[in-house]
Design a protein around this ligand. Structure first.
Ligand code: NAP
Length: 252
């Protein structure tokens, strides 16, 4: 039984759930964070345990600093933190900037940016060798939207992911002497529930055939990239941002 813990924020569904499953297979004890869907988080934990791994579901809204602190304290009781996957993120309904409310922008940036910053802070406080930790890895889940900008649809979401890219590069430099490697993955269009939550349940079916690879990606394809970056196999990389977008980011 391992005590090397991986926290996956938003681990109950989509890319996070796939990452939690692969993380357990790689030998981590996985903290499966969720916001509201207790049943989905419980199903991921049950699947991991049935396969012989260790996992625990922890409810925490990454839009709340108090919840984040509780999440990391729960993880401390599970074992020694070795990896944080900053995956939880939200979209909103398609809108142009002229139609966006301040409330919408505040929620988007609080969950996607501040939440990721605070989770990274808690991870650094535990993993930094300069603070008595054992080092580790942080993988932030950005989006190819950070490069494309999301005009007319979700400029707020795209900008929040631009901030994640900057967090990745800056934090990688900040903690390079502390044994912590910091990465981001930039998924393209991936087949998960997130599109329905943004009011576009048919987005994958509609856009998939027109993508460079003629299909959307799967959550597992993103999770594999995340696990590789977090692993010792990527020991000479940090500050790297990997597009997992089926070439969407480089297509004209
Ligand atoms: P998803 O299927 O909608 O799943 C979202 C996950 O995040 C769920 O586990 C959800 O928990 C959790 N979550 C949402 N708000 C939260 C909060 N405030 N606090 C804690 N957990 C929260 O999303 P996904 O498509 O897997 O996306 C995961 C990440 O990939 C996001 O950062 C997203 O921006 C990024 N991404 C996705 C795509 C794509 O096409 N799917 C593309 C680029 C980037 P509950 O189950 O409790 O609701």
């Amino acid at each position: 039984m391992t005590d090397r813990v991986m926290i996956v924020t938003g681990g109950s569904r989509g890319i996070g759930a796939a990452t939690a499953r692969l993380g357990a297979r790689a030998g981590y004890a996985v903290v499966v964070n969720y916001a509201t869907n207790e049943a989905a988080a419980g199903a991921v934990v049950a699947e991991i345990e049935t396969a012989g791994g260790r996992a625990m579901a922890v409810r925490a809204d990454v839009g709340s600093e108090a919840d984040i602190i509780d999440l990391f304290r729960a993880a401390d009781r599970f074992g020694t933190l070795g990896a944080l996957i900053n995956n939880a993120g939200i979209v909103d309904e398609a809108a142009s900037l002229a139609e966006m409310s301040g409330e919408r922008l505040e929620r988007m940036f609080r969950v996607n940016i501040t939440g990721s910053f605070l989770c990274a802070r808690e991870a650094v406080r535990r993993m930094a060798t300069g603070r008595g930790g054992n080092g580790g890895a942080i993988v932030n889940v950005s989006s190819v939207a950070a490069k494309l900008g999301g005009p007319g649809q979700y400029l707020d979401y795209a900008a929040s992911k631009g901030a994640i890219d900057t967090l990745t590069v800056g934090l990688a430099k900040e903690v390079i002497d502390d044994g912590i490697r910091v990465f981001a993955v930039r998924p393209g269009i991936i087949d998960t529930d997130i599109h329905a939550s943004g009011g576009q349940p048919d987005r994958v079916a509609q856009l998939g055939p027109g993508l460079p690879m003629k299909r959307a990606g799967t959550a597992e394809e993103v999770a594999k990239a995340i696990l590789w970056l977090a692993s010792d196999e990527a020991s000479y990389s940090t500050g790297a941002i990997l597009d997992v977008s089926g070439a969407r980011s480089i297509w004209p």
